[in-house]
Design a protein around this ligand. Structure first.
Ligand SMILES: Nc1ncnc2[nH]cnc12
Ligand SMILES: [Zn+2]
Length: 347
């Protein structure tokens, strides 16, 4: 039975958005590294940063597009050396996620950002995985890992990374595709995604963040992904909109990220509500919260205020986040039950 969210008074909407259980499906764990932790890890590892202070680093966070962000994001990740560093980063994220009533999270990580600096993939995966296990035990947050290939690098490098990761196959549930989109279409990674599919891994890809609808089509038809990360450019292609709606392909949309990377000039002009009202399986996510000025509840409350959505939209977005996740049927039923109970308590 569905809850009846439309009976909830509008002035209670911000509380509802904050308190409702939700899943986060698009978070780059390296993008959760706050400036304070960057400085603490730099000190712990004897690394000299090209910034004098936390404030100076934070003031460099003024981006004009995806690449201007990626340059500073990869530099920030250079302080991650030991397994404990990866653990501490992910643990800090889980504490923030739990405070936002995120009850399930699927974390992207970029192994090539670390292996290129001589950090073993074992160090990366073991640190992150231990934090996932502890998130469940300490915070009641279920979590899993999705390994992302950097699309500005070659498919051969992606294959090498997959080989290095396979001894830890039980510690990640899928693969994704991220980094600079334009000029690096999904089909560049056709063979490595086919191999990951044979291995039974879940498949997702960033597509249509800055890149054209054609990249969303090839992510679906060539890579055979189960979700599209971002995907907001789909609005330009009615046939694609129809395909996404019909096949219930979820889009993991990240409103504050799109704002900070100038995909939309302001939040009021974000197309999330149009995509949702067109029947697409839209979810709200934070992408790189330490860089874009907000975690999950900031994304929800600011987007709702800017585009004028109601409790019905809130319910649909939270429900979509669970239905689009890679959790098993029993856990899905449990989380939907908690979501319905939350909405009932607001009536
Ligand atoms: N928004 C984004 N797009 C592509 N690659 C990313 N890596 C981290 N954040 C990203
Ligand atoms: Zn992303």
């Amino acid at each position: 039975m569905h809850a009846l969210p439309h009976t909830i008074a509008p002035d209670r909407l911000p509380d509802l958005l904050r308190l409702m259980p939700k899943a986060e499906l698009h978070i780059h764990i390296e993008g959760s590294l706050e400036p304070e932790l960057i400085f603490a890890l730099a000190q712990r590892n004897g690394i000299v940063l090209p910034y004098a202070s936390v404030d100076e680093l934070r003031s460099a966070y003024a981006f004009t597009n995806l690449q201007s962000f990626l340059d500073i994001y990869y530099a920030g990740a250079s302080v991650l050396i030991q397994e404990q560093d990866f653990y501490d980063m992910a643990h800090a994220y889980f504490v923030k996620a739990a405070a936002d009533n995120v009850v399930h999270a699927e974390l992207f990580f970029d192994p090539q950002t670390h292996t290129a600096r001589g950090v073993a993939i074992e160090t990366v995966i073991k640190g992150l995985h231990r934090a996932c296990v502890d998130a469940q035990a300490e915070l009641g947050v279920s979590a899993s890992l999705i390994l992302c290939f950097l699309r500005h690098l070659s498919e051969e490098k992606a294959f090498e990374t997959l080989e290095q990761a396979l001894p830890y196959r039980d510690k990640f549930i899928g693969v994704g595709l991220d980094s600079g989109e334009v000029g690096n279409p999904p089909e560049k990674f056709a063979r490595v995604f086919a191999r990951c599919r044979e291995l039974g891994l879940h498949l997702v890809a960033h597509a249509g963040e800055e890149g054209p609808p054609a990249y969303i089509w090839t992510a679906l038809d060539v890579l055979k992904v189960e979700r599209i990360d971002h995907g907001v450019q789909a609005i330009k292609d009615p046939a694609l909109m129809q395909r996404l709606a019909q096949d219930r392909i979820a889009l993991t949309v990240c409103p504050l990220s799109n704002l900070k990377l100038c995909v939309f000039p302001d939040l009021a002009q974000h197309n999330l509500r149009q995509l949702l009202d067109a029947g697409l399986a839209i979810t709200i996510n934070s992408d790189d919260p330490a860089y874009f000025g907000g975690y999950m509840n900031d994304n929800f409350t600011q987007t709702f205020a800017a585009v004028g959505m109601d409790a019905e939209h809130a319910y649909t977005l939270a429900r979509n986040s669970f239905e689009a996740s890679f959790i098993d049927k029993a856990t899905l039923g449990h989380y939907i039950g908690r979501l319905d109970a939350c909405f009932e308590s607001f009536r």
